[in-house]
Design a protein around this ligand. Structure first.
Ligand code: ATP
Ligand code: MG
Length: 261
């Protein structure tokens, strides 16, 4: 069964139409890359799927169940919305870490807040918090930051900040992890370390959607590549098709322009 299905998503900001009926789906454990020119709606699409923007029409299905339907979202309470949001993790281009917390606390903050809503929290506070800490330490080790636990974001390189933000997203055990150009704010020499972490997650079969301009990386790591232009999916398929043998003229011209850069 498909883990994620996006059906006919439309989104406008005022009179500006941005998404014009986006459709795609993916299987559990797959890595899907989304490529496309600046302004084609990639970030808006991720924000709609992650409930940071509200699509004007269309649906998002998780495991075949409707998670979002533009027709009847008005009735959701904040708590219901948060519960839905928790299915997904989002890693932003500019890290979005909390500057006032150290690395370990950045990763533990959201799981701790959530734990407080558990009915058994009062009785098991200590055990729950120590489990959260153990998970956070494990994740930070996994992204190679085991020696930076007590450092603050301002003391880290861009690549290290981005790795904290990946660990933080994983700490909530999302079904699907979304990345919005995770390397575009980084110097080229720091890009590699992030791509390495993402590749490792792919090997562990974490389901991921990655918006990226790193075409070689997308080609290498993805099961499926989606090319977006002007708010629709123009072409999708395995990288051997979309990147190596694009069928659509617009995909061809986008890739050609990238090559010329
Ligand atoms: N909150 C907003 N209000 C008004 N217009 C917006 C808003 N967010 C995005 N847009 C517009 O929607 C269009 C698509 O933007 P979006 O950020 O989704 O593109 P993108 O494909 O992610 O581009 P990039 O590759 O540069 O990140 C742009 O024309 C942008 O100006
Ligand atoms: Mg964007």
């Amino acid at each position: 069964m498909k883990i994620l299905e996006i059906k006919n998503l439309y989104k406008s900001f005022g009179k500006t139409g941005v998404l014009h009926g986006v459709n795609f789906s993916m299987e559990e454990g797959e890595v899907v890359s989304i490529i496309g020119a600046s302004g084609s709606g990639k970030t808006t699409l991720l924000r709609c799927i992650n409930f940071l923007e509200r699509a004007d029409s269309g649906q998002v299905l998780l495991d075949g169940q409707v998670l979002f339907d533009a027709e009847n979202q008005g009735r959701l309470t904040g708590k219901e919305l948060r519960k839905k949001q928790l299915n997904f993790g989002l890693v932003f281009q500019d890290f979005n870490l909390f500057p006032q917390y150290n690395v370990l606390d950045n990763v533990m903050l959201a799981p701790r807040l959530l734990a407080k809503e558990r009915p058994d929290f009062k009785a098991n506070r200590k055990a729950i918090f120590s489990e959260i800490e153990e998970t956070a330490r494990g994740l930070l080790n996994r992204v190679g930051l085991g020696d930076k636990l007590t450092n603050y974001p301002c003391e880290l390189s861009g690549g290290q900040k981005q790795r904290v933000s990946i660990a933080r997203a994983l700490a909530l055990k999302p079904r699907i992890l979304f990345f919005d150009e995770p390397t575009s704010a980084l110097d080229p020499e720091l890009t590699g370390e992030i791509l390495k972490v993402i590749r490792k997650l792919a090997e562990e079969h974490i389901t991921m959607v990655i918006v990226t301009h790193e075409i070689d990386f997308a080609s290498n790591v993805s099961d499926k590549v989606i090319f977006m232009a002007d708010g629709i999916v123009v072409e999708e398929g395995p990288p051997s098709q979309v990147i190596d043998h694009p069928q659509n003229e617009r995909t061809r011209s986008f890739l050609q322009k990238l090559n010329e850069k």
